[in-house]
Structures are given as C-alpha cells and as structure tokens.
Design a binder for this molecule. Structure first.
Ligand code: AMP
Length: 218
C-alpha cells in the first residue's frame, strides 16, 4: 500500500490532475465525507488528509510514504528524512512582508528601528530579517495575520500572498517579496527504498505532467 498525505483545499484540488495522470482517482469527496483516509481507484494507493503543516511530519516519520506540501511549510519544518524530488508548480504564491498603507516601512528599516512582525513563519521571517540586519520582535500567530497591523499587535506581517486581494481588502500593502512558493512532492526516504517501483511510478507520472505544463506555459 502507498499512502499519500495531502491537505484539504488548494493542494488537494491541484494534486488530483497529477494523480489522474498516474491513473489514480480519489473515489471520495473530502468536502462531503468526514473520512480522513480516502480510497482511490488504485487498490494499492490511498490518500490521507492531514493539516497542511503536518504533511512533512507524516512523511518524515512514515505515517505516509509521500506528501504534497508548500515550500513555506517544508522550509519552516526542515526537511530531515525527506527526499524532495519535484517542484510540482502548483499552489503557487509568494511569501512577503506587508504593512499598513500608512506605515513607513522603508524609514523604519533604514533607521534601524526595532519592528514587531507577526507571522506563522517565525523561522523564515527570522532568517530573512537577520539577513537584512533588521531588528525584529517576532510574534507567532496561527491565522488571520492580516489583523495584526490593523489592531496594533504588530508593525508588519510575513504571510503568503497570491492575488493580493486579502491584503488590499484590509488596507495592507506588500513591501518586500521574500521568496516564491510552490508545492513540492516529498517522499519518505526509507519508503522509497522499500517500495521503490510503485513510488517511482508515481514520481515519474507527476514529473511528466509538471514538465508538460511547464513546456506549455513557456
Ligand atoms: P490572496 O488574497 O489571493 O493574496 O491570498 C492570500 C491569503 O490566502 C492569505 O491569507 C494566505 O495565507 C493564503 N494563501 C495564499 N496562497 C496560498 C497558498 N498557496 N497556500 C496556502 N495559503 C495561501
């Protein structure tokens, strides 16, 4: 049995066509059922639904053989024990710094002020601001980061931006792009050795669709 860990939402939706290319279809709709283990049309492949930030943990410790996870989650988790064969180019977005439209970020940074930054990505934010020599107090949040500068909890946030609509709706502006983010396929290293042929087949099918899409887009 091959177990693939996915999170509900964008990653799940955008992984379905990749699975289809490998001849695998998920037979249950996670929005209609409360099941956490989903069967597929392939008797030897199943999907487990986990929280996005838990995907690397499941794969690292063998609760799943493979998983699809955002680069943001992967970098924040660390990729010990994980083989990362593919950038799937799905769930694309960017990790950025945003502030209230009336906050002078450039001056605060230039003057060497200490700024308060709220984020779910404490590790990535610390590394980014340390690299710029900016002093920051990091405040860990688990959601709705956009609220932090609006309530005075923080001067800035580090969050994922896709269309920019969420920032705009909350009168925030993007002031720095930290990195481009997309979803990656991660594989448990031991599983890759033990179940080499079926896992390789999945990796190869995913790689073929990804390459095809990239060729079509460029
Ligand atoms: P947007 O309004 O399209 O810029 O999307 C921003 C909101 O969606 C923020 O709350 C982000 O945390 C979240 N978001 C954007 N892209 C992603 C992604 N690829 N994965 C997870 N969350 C995302």
């Amino acid at each position: 049995m091959i177990t693939l860990a996915l999170s509900k939402g964008r990653i799940f939706e955008e992984t379905l066509p990749l699975l289809a290319a490998a001849g695998v279809e998920v037979t249950e709709d996670p929005d209609r059922s409360r099941k956490l283990i989903l069967a597929t049309t392939h008797p030897e492949v199943r999907v487990v639904l986990v929280r996005a930030s838990d995907v690397p943990t499941y794969v690292q410790y063998g609760g799943a053989d493979l998983g699809v996870t955002g680069l943001d989650v992967l970098l924040e988790h660390g990729n010990q024990g994980l083989y990362q064969p593919l950038d799937l180019r799905i769930a694309a977005c960017r990790l950025s710094v945003a502030v209230r439209a009336d906050y002078d970020y450039a001056s605060a940074v230039k003057q060497g002020s200490r700024i308060k930054v709220a984020t779910k990505y404490v590790g990535l934010a610390r590394e980014f601001f340390a690299g710029k020599g900016v002093h920051v107090d990091l405040i860990k949040l688990y959601g709705s980061m956009e609220l932090a500068p609006l309530t005075g909890l923080a001067d800035a946030i580090v969050d994922l931006v896709s269309t920019g609509n969420t920032l705009k709706a909350n009168d925030l502006v993007e002031v720095e792009r930290i990195m481009d983010i997309s979803a990656r396929l991660v594989v448990n290293q031991a599983a890759l050795k033990i179940k080499q042929a079926p896992i390789r087949r999945l990796i190869d099918a995913f790689a073929a669709v990804t390459a095809e899409r990239f060729a079509a887009a460029s």
